[in-house]
Write a protein that binds this ligand. Structure first.
Ligand SMILES: [Zn+2]
Length: 400
């Protein structure tokens, strides 16, 4: 607007250009809040992108969720389960409607427990609903420093299968928590020969091993301003494995690889995208080296979805060895957490099925793992069917 034009416009608004009452500023007005410090936790920017938002209420094909936790050992010391007493966060009557709503044919409960605890878990879920629930057993960690453990553990795997267990779950206890004495002594190595009989027995009985070793790469670095998972670690400093006598992430993964190499007849479902979702070239290398290795997605769509082109290539190349899983821990409506997994499943389906862009990978208001958003893969039907169902059905030996 020219000087004269501006004057006319002001006058038409009832203001005199020369009245001298207008504030004269040498710089634009600072918006409210500018220049003030803002707590990182309070920073919740809303995306201004105008992009499609697809609500995927049900998966396009039936699902086996290979990674859920419907039971836990009641007591645990540093992640080392003690005894056979179990806890069940959600009743089966509340799980079944969730599964029907979300097109989940089967939930695989990995932390089924041991001994009498395992039997109880099987009685609760798998026995009344054998088409809907599968149960895995776990090692008797607290006995692992006792004489004769190797044979005892192998025998327990046989007994667990007779009781109805369909696989074995290894928590990151092995490699990061389990020590020669409870909470003392050196850490027990992942490839320690005392577990060889256990791995072999699983192989000979056709029980897949769902194994979680190590953790995100950022958990092995200092909790500082350079750490991409700073907020998460700052909130849970005990999740950090930086310093102390912890092995590095690479050492843990290599020890796991030695187990895979030593037991080629045992099928391993390496959870959380092979426990290195940040490094998909390495995951691909491991899949190439070990034909008995399979991977699962649980709690890692945040990683996959921020590198959608690399992730899609992984799905294309290894479409017969990737399994759908969420790491869901459904809670009953009588617990403070309540059962709230609908949204969780919708996000996984949206990630796999649509080409939506830049959306949240978790329901919480703050991204729990890091401040980034994800992009959908838009996988074709053939790959979706395998990942959602067929790959897991084959490993679990479902009759078709
Ligand atoms: Zn888990």
């Amino acid at each position: 607007m020219s000087g004269m034009g501006r004057r006319r416009w002001l006058e038409s608004m009832g203001m005199s250009f020369f009245a001298g009452r207008l504030p004269i500023r040498s710089s634009p007005v600072a918006p409210e809040g500018a220049g003030k410090p803002l707590q990182l936790a309070d920073f919740q920017p809303r995306s201004m992108l105008h992009v499609p938002e697809t609500k995927v209420l049900r998966s396009r094909h039936p699902v086996i969720d290979i990674h859920t936790h419907l039971s836990f050992t009641a007591k645990s010391a540093n992640g080392v389960g003690l005894g056979e007493a179990m806890e069940y966060p959600a009743p089966v009557e509340e799980l079944l409607p969730l599964m029907d709503r979300k097109n989940i044919r089967v939930m695989v409960n990995l932390t089924g427990g041991v001994g009498k605890g395992l039997e109880q878990t099987i009685r609760k879920f798998q026995q009344p609903y054998p088409e809907r629930f599968v149960t895995f057993t776990e090692p008797w960690w607290e006995r692992s420093n006792q004489l004769g453990y190797s044979k005892f553990q192998a025998d327990e795997i046989v007994r667990a299968q007779q009781a109805g267990a369909r696989g074995l779950k290894i928590l990151k206890t092995l490699g990061l928590y389990l020590r020669e004495e409870i909470s003392k002594g050196p850490l027990v190595r992942i490839d320690d020969p005392r577990f060889d009989a256990m791995w072999e027995t699983c192989g000979s009985l056709g029980m897949p091993v769902a194994i979680h070793v190590s953790d995100p790469e950022a958990f092995f670095l200092p909790i500082d301003r350079f750490n991409e998972r700073f907020e998460e670690l700052n909130k849970h400093p005990d999740w950090s494995f930086h310093g102390g006598d912890f092995p590095s992430n690479a050492e843990l993964l290599e020890a796991r690889n030695r187990v895979l190499a030593r037991h080629p007849k045992t099928q391993f479902i390496v959870l959380h995208v092979g426990n290195d979702a940040e490094n998909l070239p390495y995951v691909g290398e491991c899949l190439d080296r070990f034909p008995n290795m399979h991977v699962e997605l649980g709690a890692r769509i945040g990683e996959l979805g921020r590198q959608p082109r690399m992730a899609k290539k992984l799905f294309e190349k290894y479409q017969d060895r990737i399994l759908f899983g969420t790491d869901a821990v459904p809670h009953g409506s009588d617990t403070p957490q309540q059962i709230c997994n609908d949204e969780l499943y919708e996000i996984y389906y949206r990630f796999l099925e649509t080409e939506d862009e830049y959306f949240d990978y978790a329901p919480a208001p703050v991204p729990p793992q890091g401040r980034w958003r994800i992009y959908g893969l838009g996988l074709p039907d053939g790959i979706l069917k395998k990942v959602y169902f067929e790959n897991a059905a084959r490993l679990l030996r479902f009759k078709t």
